[in-house]
Design a protein around this ligand. Structure first.
Ligand code: NAP
Length: 472
């Protein structure tokens, strides 16, 4: 794949002066929107249509001709037509000789055809130069001008000059061209608009699975157990109390899962004595979705914070507090102020607030607009150092909340430990492993390996850069 060498490309103003008109085949939604945008930006446009006289909603003064006539007048032709209608082009191949055909088409399914639409087009009009572009921009966004999330236009072609000419047009209408290399990449480009949150799938499945498991665990312990053992109806817990157990538990586990693959990768690199060998596929996939895992964890942390804020206004809580107060008045006894409890509760709250604060900072720096404005070292500092600090604080928050309850067997219901212990397993594993890895002897070795050092080995060498990972 070629790099985005947009600086080497001539300016679009040059294109506007040199070329009189841009031709668009098809007066449908996309053709009209693109035509409109081009006109707004000073380009001149000619439409090619099956029924030039019947074409509707075309801007005033714009020529609509039959395909052959329109093509003759322009060197760049946008095909705003579905792929299955391309056949008519074979009848005008002589007019299309040497012209740049821009394929904007999309499919209904990923990998719908064996070859990409652009490659198919190149096959049926061999004398033309095919460029794939604009398929990721919607007609609606072009027309309404709401292009913020759609600014990138992926462009690929086997002919660099043609590609740069189209990239000029992209820039000319205020969008950002991304050079995607040769036409071989067109299949990938055609699949982009059909993907549905590909990087979010694993985090959402993990989060969903954990949520269901922890929810059932808490219901069993906090609702079913008291109902059977003590004949107490605590079913109202399902609405607020149990979600407020599930959110922090799942959030902390997911947060730790963001850092666990980095730790595994470091252990693997230490064991192998090189960074130039592929990680197993599962670890690769896991590393790639760390940002999404972190953002889902942050969303759950937000829910926990909001649910916690409503505790004082809950009826059951107010009832319990007033009952305790009345009981003290009736027995004329005042509960003693326990300093250790005050310390514990303040520490628990302070760690929670600070952990959440650093977690939010991590979330903010993962936004593209923010991460683009910091350098690699600053980004790593926030994501790695502040990230671990946030994980330590959140783990301490959960540890102090539960304190030593896990040691007291009376808190085990049907042999099930208190729910907070569930949240501590993964974070503790991550923090212990990380603590071991930052001991000077191991840290020095990992740093050397990540700088390219390899353990001397008798086995045949793997290809360098087979898979060199940057781990946080
Ligand atoms: P559309 O509204 O259905 O328009 C397609 C146009 O193709 C018709 O208006 C017609 O124009 C022409 N056409 C229809 N049958 C034809 C035939 N048998 N032979 C020759 N021309 C024929 O579709 P669209 O939404 O504009 O999409 C056009 C292309 O842009 C598609 O490949 C689509 O995947 C791609 N695209 C669309 C969008 C979008 O948001 N709509 C976004 C990105 C890419 P005439 O009557 O003038 O001949």
């Amino acid at each position: 794949m070629e790099t985005n060498d947009s600086n080497l490309i001539p300016l679009c103003s040059g294109f506007k002066e040199k070329h009189n008109s841009i031709c668009i085949f098809g007066t449908g939604d996309f053709g009209r929107s693109l035509g409109h945008k081009l006109l707004q930006n000073g380009f001149s446009v000619i439409f090619g249509s099956r029924n030039p006289h019947a074409a509707a909603m075309i801007p005033n003064g714009v020529e609509v001709l039959c395909h052959a006539e329109a093509a003759q007048k322009c060197s760049i032709i946008f095909l705003a037509i579905q792929r299955h209608h391309y056949d008519f082009l074979t009848e005008i191949t002589d007019v299309l000789q040497g012209k740049i055909l821009v394929d904007v088409s999309n499919n209904l399914k990923i990998n719908q055809y064996p070859e990409s639409n652009a490659e198919y087009l190149a096959g049926i009009v061999p004398g033309a130069i095919v460029v794939k572009a604009f398929n990721t921009v919607s007609a609606w966004a072009l027309q309404s001008g709401t292009l913020d999330a759609n600014r990138q236009v992926f462009v690929c072609s086997n002919d660099s000059k043609a590609k740069y000419a189209v990239m000029d047009i992209v820039r000319g209408i205020g969008l950002t061209p991304q050079d995607h290399g040769s036409l071989m990449a067109s299949k990938e480009v055609e699949n982009y608009p059909l993907q549905l949150f590909p990087m979010w799938r694993i985090p959402i499945y993990i989060c969903g699975g954990l949520t269901v498991f922890v929810f059932l665990y808490c219901v069993l312990r906090s609702v079913v157990y008291p109902a059977i053992n003590d004949k107490k109806d605590l079913s109202y817990y399902i609405v607020v109390s149990i979600p407020n157990m599930v959110f922090p538990i799942v959030s902390l586990i997911l947060f730790a899962l963001v850092y666990l693959p980095g730790v595994f990768a470091a252990v693997l690199q230490l064991y192998r004595g090189t960074k130039y060998r592929r990680f197993p596929n599962w670890l690769d996939q896991w590393m790639l979705c760390r940002k999404q895992l972190g953002l889902v964890a942050l969303a759950y942390a937000f829910l926990h914070a909001i649910y916690t804020l409503i505790i004082p206004i809950r009826y059951s809580v107010r009832h319990r507090i007033s009952s305790l107060t009345i009981a003290q008045i009736q027995t004329n006894q005042t509960k003693e102020f326990i300093h250790s409890s005050a310390w514990r509760s303040d520490l628990y709250l302070a760690f929670g607030i600070l952990g959440f604060f650093f977690f939010v900072i991590l979330g903010i720096t993962s936004l593209p607009s923010v991460s683009n404005s910091v350098n690699w070292r600053e980004f790593r500092f926030v994501q790695s150092k502040l990230g671990y600090l946030a994980l330590v604080l959140c783990t301490a928050h959960a540890l102090i909340f539960g304190w030593n309850r896990f040691l007291n067997f009376s808190h085990y219901r049907w042999y099930m430990p208190p729910p907070y212990t569930l949240s501590l397993v993964v974070p503790c594993v991550v923090l212990i492993l990380k603590f071991i890895l930052i001991t000077p002897c191991l840290d020095k070795r990992i740093t050397k390996i990540r700088q390219g050092w390899e353990k001397p080995s008798k086995a045949p060498k793997q290809t360098k850069y087979e898979n060199s990972h940057i781990t946080i």
